[in-house]
Design a protein around this ligand. Structure first.
Ligand code: BGC
Length: 262
């Protein structure tokens, strides 16, 4: 029997919780994704209820043993969320993986959202077969980052919070700031992104930058304005990256008998 290898990916964000079964060979959704609005009070219990609904919805398609990868806008260590960006502060220090495993009765791997997107781009997308260090940045409400050297992820890099010129970098360069301050693409690129990426370039000497987040659909309006030695390209998986990456990580770790990414 030729069997499609499938795992479930779920992406928890400040406004929506989205899930889909992922065809791990193609790096694509194996069925339409389901999106449920993030509960107003995004506490662990309320969010876990939605995660339970999503798993239930896809249960027949993924089979009883498929692992689940879940992304969160948080630092995640040993299944415990250590920070909480745009979700309820009660996630800080919370045993997230344990709760999701309890609710779903399955093996769950909770990972940082940018780490999941980075792995997706390296395995299936814009950074496939790139040697050396790939830095993925997601530009959105904040800045998420993933560091992947020759396929090996260094989790929880949090380079959106580098202090640059006395500022938390994401408070200057995230795309939310562009919108809030009404900056044109040109101003944002020249005055904010240039400084951010040249700092990353100096510190890490990457082979490639990959830029994700919703704004990357307009990448041609700002990436060509940056003056860097490192090639910089838009993410390819767009809004599927988190789910696809989480599913890939879950499958990879569970097949190697590893219980946590970090
Ligand atoms: C958080 C990161 C997260 C990023 C994107 C940042 O503010 O600190 O953990 O990856 O936002 O959601």
């Amino acid at each position: 029997m030729s069997e499609q290898k499938v795992a479930l990916g779920i992406d928890i964000g400040g406004s929506g919780i989205k899930g889909a079964p992922v065809d791990l060979t193609a790096g694509e959704f194996a069925a339409d994704r389901l999106r449920i609005a993030t509960p107003k009070k995004s506490t662990p219990r309320n969010v876990a209820k939605v995660v339970g609904e999503i798993v239930e919805h896809f249960a027949d398609q993924i089979g009883p043993d498929a692992p689940i990868g879940i992304t969160m806008p948080a630092i995640v260590r040993q299944g415990v969320t250590r920070s909480a960006a745009n979700i309820d502060p009660s996630w800080v220090g919370f045993a997230a993986e344990e709760l999701f495993e309890e609710i779903t009765g399955r093996d769950v791997f909770v990972v940082n959202d940018a780490d999941a997107a980075g792995i997706a781009e390296v395995v299936y997308g814009a950074a496939k077969d790139v040697e050396g260090l790939v830095i993925l940045t997601t530009l959105g409400t904040g800045i998420g980052t993933a560091l992947i050297n020759n396929g090996n992820l260094v989790p929880n890099s949090e380079l959106g919070h580098l202090e640059i010129d006395g500022h938390d970098a994401e408070s200057r360069a995230a795309s939310r700031v562009k919108d809030d301050e009404g900056l044109s693409y040109k101003k944002w690129a020249k005055k904010r992104l240039q400084r951010y990426y040249e700092t990353l370039e100096f510190l890490f000497s990457p082979s490639l930058f990959v830029v994700g987040g919703g704004v990357s659909k307009d990448a041609d309006k700002f990436l060509p304005l940056l003056e860097l030695e490192t090639p910089i390209v838009a993410a390819q998986l767009r809004n599927t990256a988190g789910i696809v990456g989480a599913a890939h990580i879950a499958d990879d770790l569970s097949s190697r008998g590893i219980t946590h990414l970090a």
